[in-house]
Design a protein around this ligand. Structure first.
Ligand code: IVH
Length: 715
């Protein structure tokens, strides 16, 4: 093994692609687990700042290697799916998230990016609405003809939970909007929170009654809203600050600050510390001032938010993935605590990779109880590797050690140091398992780096034989974003697998024929009518969209977004399947065709080739396609002149930046590709266009000037 000296935080720019890939995958899994605990269980196990550190690193990896981006990637997702106790509500406009800034340079970069995107000069003034970032739960309140009709939590951003009856008990939420300019449809968004004082008093009452004690005001606000009985919510003092909106049939104002004033006018509370700033310096001064006030405020905040004030500029700036370009959260620094590491356990993921998890003596860090902490990989535990992790250089972590745990801002905890003075005599160095903890006890191998060296990530060598990997794949297969089979959750999959009833995806669809009288009521999580419900949920999913089907196969690097791109690119299962088989055989023309698809690159193609190259996988697919009907992919719905077309922008554009041009094209249903092929419909060339223009001529692709393009799209 190549032993590397531990570097302080290796820059993402210096990672090899293979290292970045391994780290990206690991971070995705970690973030997913934390999201679930945070959004679904209201029980985050890490601090906000640690979580943010992971997200930041993760985003940097994706920024450098966009081909890693997939829809199961946390950058495409906001929180985990809702917990299912309340009716689900689909948001008319998705509830998105904010990108984070930690250092002042991040704020300077943010403003610089906006300036460049909008093509503003250095001395053009940009006004920002600077607001405290309330650490509560975001809520969308829908008013029709001025009356409150629905209140929904954020959930996974697309779909939340209907908590209208509970929200009606909040004094800060008007039942009817008063005042002028109330549009027919108006969705007011903001944060539900509990004051610190109310939180402490509630916990006292809970303790006295022997009920759940909440970890922090955010969790107690969430717990109070998730009550089936609104009178319980009514007894819990919850507040609401309005700061954003969703669907609006008309806009009453044309600035963020104007909208905040309008919310007040309609009867909402807005945060009194909100301030209009005119420069980066003023933003940073605002952050400092609010940080000083933070401890004295009676509600939790975890940073401040800056938003471009002009709404026409917000619209032009648009979104990158799930975060707006026009806003950023500037977070406050991390909080720390000391505790003891009791044990280390190994988790095996879907692709066989190992994650060592530290089991801690539970400790409160920044208001949350932390019991588990990721230890990344073997090198990290030995204090010699794990580029990018937070552990102090050269520290080996032993079982029994006293460790310093940090939660930075939001959620994920990290061990940042070991207190050597407190190391007990019987502290045990951790020996990374040489065998997979799965029943096969297969040998552990190390993932290879791009240069063929051993990487720091260990994995089970059992591949298809490893039951842990099979179970993890089945879980993905039945999950919400794949086949979405109601009643077939993780526990049930484990149960069926352990009983030998479901060993591969096709078995799900033959389950009823083989076991018509399953006694599911004996399994935890199933009610009496469960068997019937499960079988009908399975039947419903015998017809499945192509993108879900492709995603459900669980190919590495093929997340939701990639699956959608493949589905749109090939249109039918037959076309995609044929291509997969050809790619596996190294057919160059098919590889080039796949490569020309938007968002599909080398990594994905290699993964598809590896998947279809395995006879085991081909068998799984064949048995599965015998059970289900795969629907052809939908065509983009837009009726614009460029819908469904592929366009490449090259050279410098004068009326807009390249990013803006691409974003507009995508909004109109076109694909904005990076290179020219015979599948390209238009090349929009500005001054300085080089090889792409030559490629366009070579392939006989139509070349447009910027003005011709604008005319074509009707702008
Ligand atoms: S604006 C498009 N403003 O922070 C984003 N969010 O990370 C719209 N939050 O989900 C959100 N205070 O729960 C915005 N003044 C504020 C906020 C705020 C707290 C929360 C909100 C959101 C999360 C984004």
């Amino acid at each position: 093994m190549v032993v590397k000296a531990k570097k302080p935080l290796a820059e993402v720019a210096k990672l090899t692609k293979a290292q970045a890939k391994v780290e990206h995958k690991r971070l995705a899994l970690e973030i997913e687990g934390h999201d679930k605990r945070y959004y679904q269980n209201d029980a985050p196990s890490v601090t906000d700042a640690e979580y943010d550190a992971l997200r930041r690193r993760f985003n940097a990896l994706e920024a450098r290697f966009p081909e890693f981006v997939s829809s199961d990637s946390p950058s495409r997702r906001v929180g985990a799916a809702p917990s299912g106790r309340f009716r689900k509500v689909r948001h008319a406009v998705p509830m998105l998230s904010l990108d984070n800034a930690f250092a002042e340079e991040d704020v300077i970069d943010f403003v610089g990016r906006i300036r460049r995107f909008l093509k503003l000069d250095e001395d053009d003034r940009i006004d920002f609405s600077a607001e405290p970032k309330i650490d509560g739960l975001s809520m969308s309140l829908r008013y029709e003809d001025g009356e409150l009709v629905t209140a929904a939590t954020r959930g996974d951003g697309a779909e939340g939970e209907d908590v209208t009856a509970n929200i009606r008990t909040l004094e800060d939420v008007p039942q009817k909007l008063r005042g002028r300019k109330v549009p027919d449809v108006c969705e007011v968004r903001g944060e539900v929170y509990m004051t610190k004082k109310a939180f402490l008093a509630l916990n006292e009452r809970q303790k006295a009654a022997g009920d759940t004690v909440f970890a922090n005001p955010r969790n107690s606000a969430a717990g109070s809203l998730r009550q089936k009985d609104p009178s319980i919510t009514a007894s819990r003092p919850l507040g609401f600050f309005a700061y954003a909106w969703g669907e609006m049939s008309a806009m009453p104002e044309d600035t963020q600050s104007g909208m905040i004033g309008w919310f007040e006018h309609c009867g909402f509370k807005t945060n009194p510390l909100t301030k209009l700033c005119h420069s980066v310096e003023q933003l940073i001064a605002f952050h400092r001032k609010i940080e000083q006030q933070r401890a004295r405020l009676d509600y939790d905040i975890d940073g401040v938010v800056y938003k471009v004030d002009r709404l026409d500029w917000q619209e032009r700036l648009g979104f990158v993935s799930r975060t707006p370009r026009w806003a950023i959260a500037h977070k406050f620094p991390a909080e720390r605590a000391t505790t003891v590491l009791r044990d280390i356990e190994i988790q095996v993921g879907r692709t066989g990779s190992f994650t060592p998890v530290g089991k801690l003596e539970p400790v409160g860090v920044g208001g949350v109880i932390v019991q588990n902490v990721t230890l990344h990989n073997e090198d990290y535990i030995r204090g010699i590797g794990g580029d990018g992790e937070q552990l102090r250089e050269g520290r080996e972590i032993m079982i029994g050690d006293t460790v310093i745990v940090q939660r930075a801002g939001d959620v994920i905890p990290q061990i940042v140091d070991v207190v050597l003075d407190k190391r007990p005599r019987d502290a045990k160095p951790y020996h990374f398992p040489k065998k997979c903890p799965c029943p096969l006890h297969t040998d552990v191998v190390r993932e290879e780096t791009a240069t063929g060296e051993e990487g720091s990530r260990a994995r089970c060598s059992g591949e298809f034989a490893c039951p842990y990997q099979k179970i993890e794949h089945l879980k993905l297969f039945a999950s919400r974003r794949a086949f979405d089979i109601d009643g077939l959750g993780e526990k049930q999959i484990e149960f069926f697998f352990e009983n030998g009833w479901v060993k591969e995806p096709a078995d799900i669809f033959t389950l009823q024929a083989r076991n018509p009288k399953l006694k599911l009521e004996e399994i935890e999580g199933y009610g009496e009518t469960s068997v019937r419900n499960l079988f009908s949920a399975i039947e419903v999913r015998r017809r499945i969209s192509l993108e879900r089907f492709i995603y459900a196969l669980g190919m590495r690097h093929v997340g939701e977004t990639t699956a959608l791109a493949l589905a749109r690119g090939y249109g039918s299962w037959k076309a995609f399947h044929d291509a997969g088989l050809k790619v596996a055989k190294g057919d160059e023309e098919t590889i080039a065709e796949m490569d020309a698809l938007d968002q599909i690159g080398d990594t994905v193609i290699k993964s598809i080739a590896a998947y279809f190259g395995e006879s085991h996988n081909r068998g799984i697919v064949e048995r599965l396609t015998g059970e289900v009907t795969i629907l052809d992919a939908e065509k983009p719905k837009s009726n614009s002149a460029v819908a469904g077309k592929t366009v490449v922008f090259t050279g410098s554009l004068e009326k807009m930046t390249r990013d803006e041009a691409k974003a507009t094209a995508e909004r109109l249903g076109a694909k904005a590709a990076g290179s020219v092929s015979k599948k390209t419909d238009y090349v929009v060339a500005g001054p300085g266009a080089g090889s792409k223009l030559a490629d366009a001529r070579k392939h006989g692709v139509a070349v447009l000037t910027e003005d011709e393009w604008l005319k074509l799209i009707g702008e």
